[in-house]
Design a protein around this ligand. Structure first.
Ligand SMILES: CNC(=O)c1cc(Oc2ccc(NC(=O)Nc3ccc(SCC(=O)O)c(F)c3)c(F)c2)ccn1
Length: 317
């Protein structure tokens, strides 16, 4: 058997199979739609190149590259790619549709989700770590470098899938080329970015400790349901404060005393966002800390937590 032939090729899907397109989000030059696959009878998400500007080779290639990366990174906690649609006038990546949206929405839309039980919050943190740890274990390691709650998606049972809308990353690319006269403003958010990355020139190549800083900030956000540095006026002020050592507050008003394993979780998050990248834990270390915590809950605890928010969501409509 030729091992090369074993690597399953990615299905190429004719674009007329994709119907009922519904606009979801837009970025640099990519646009994301919800769609129906007419043969598979399921809902999918498609990330495609805008149709207005001529599909330059560069854009098509970067989307092809993304499809290849996703195809290689197939795992339980990474968004699943179903195929690509590669036609002269229409080019897109087809992925599973994550019906419960992003972690950002789950955490901060408190009208829709008034309660978010601790067992589910811990399972979410654990599954994010499983996903990123898998990427870091690939050969060569795949570094995400844009982990944020908007890139963590939730499926029908509120299980986590790591995604990368990547639209801001490319936009940043196009902006940082100094296209216009105005200063290249940072697109996207700076709160998940480790301080050593504020000066891209000085940052070390292929920084393996970037993602764990972002993860520590996400840990705080999941446990507090607050926006990190919400009280700080602007992006520059956040960057100066973080460079001086400011981090989200780990006091009881942000992280309530009833959090299970509160001290261990705070130790892990403060270690994860420490200024010196070398002192930050690996995702393997994070998983070893989190496994026993998640094991203290049983399947019913998770199902009850999911049922609670599913009911609330249906009531809110
Ligand atoms: C309510 N539901 C929705 O709105 C919705 C929208 C949706 O749209 C997409 C979102 C993201 C992607 N693409 C993507 O995630 N790619 C990618 C690339 C690299 C890495 S790993 C290394 C690295 O990060 O560079 C990675 F983890 C992921 C996409 F194709 C479609 C998908 C599902 N549901």
């Amino acid at each position: 058997v030729n091992i090369g032939s074993l690597t399953s090729t990615l299905p190429v899907i004719p674009c007329q199979k994709l119907t009922d397109l519904y606009y979801l989000s837009r970025g640099g030059f990519g646009t994301v739609f919800k769609a129906q696959h007419s043969d598979w009878r399921t809902t999918v998400a498609i990330k495609c190149l805008k149709l207005d500007n001529p599909v330059e080779e560069r854009h098509r290639n970067s989307l092809l590259k993304e499809a290849e990366v996703l195809h290689k990174a197939r795992f339980n906690y990474i968004i699943q790619i179903f195929g690509i649609c590669n036609e002269p006038e229409f080019f897109c990546i087809i992925t599973e549709f994550m019906s419960n949206g992003s972690l950002d929405q789950l955490l901060h839309e408190k009208d829709t989700y008034p309660v978010l039980a601790w067992p589910l919050r811990l399972r979410i943190l654990y599954e994010i770590a499983l996903g990123v740890n898998f990427l870091h274990n690939m050969d060569p390691p795949l570094l995400h470098h844009d982990l944020k709650t908007q890139n963590i998606l939730m499926d029908g049972e509120f299980h986590v899938k790591i995604a990368d809308f990547g639209l801001s990353k490319w936009r940043q690319l196009s902006v940082s080329r100094g296209s216009g006269s105005k200063p290249t403003e940072m697109v996207g958010t700076v709160i998940y970015m480790p301080p050593e990355k504020y000066e891209p020139s000085k940052s070390r190549r292929a920084d393996v400790k970037h993602d764990v800083y972002s993860y520590a900030i996400i840990m705080w956000e999941v446990l507090s349901r607050q926006i990190p540095f919400e009280e700080v006026t602007n992006v520059m002020q956040i960057m100066f404060s973080v460079l001086r050592g400011m981090r989200p507050d780990t006091g009881e008003e942000s992280l309530p005393p009833d959090i299970p394993n509160r001290e261990t979780l705070i130790t892990l998050m403060t270690c994860g966002w420490t200024t010196n990248p070398d002192e930050r834990p690996s995702f393997l270390k994070c998983l070893i800390e989190l496994e026993p915590m998640v094991r203290t809950f049983d399947e019913i605890d998770f199902l009850e937590a999911v049922l609670e928010i599913t009911k609330a969501k249906l009531r809110w409509g």
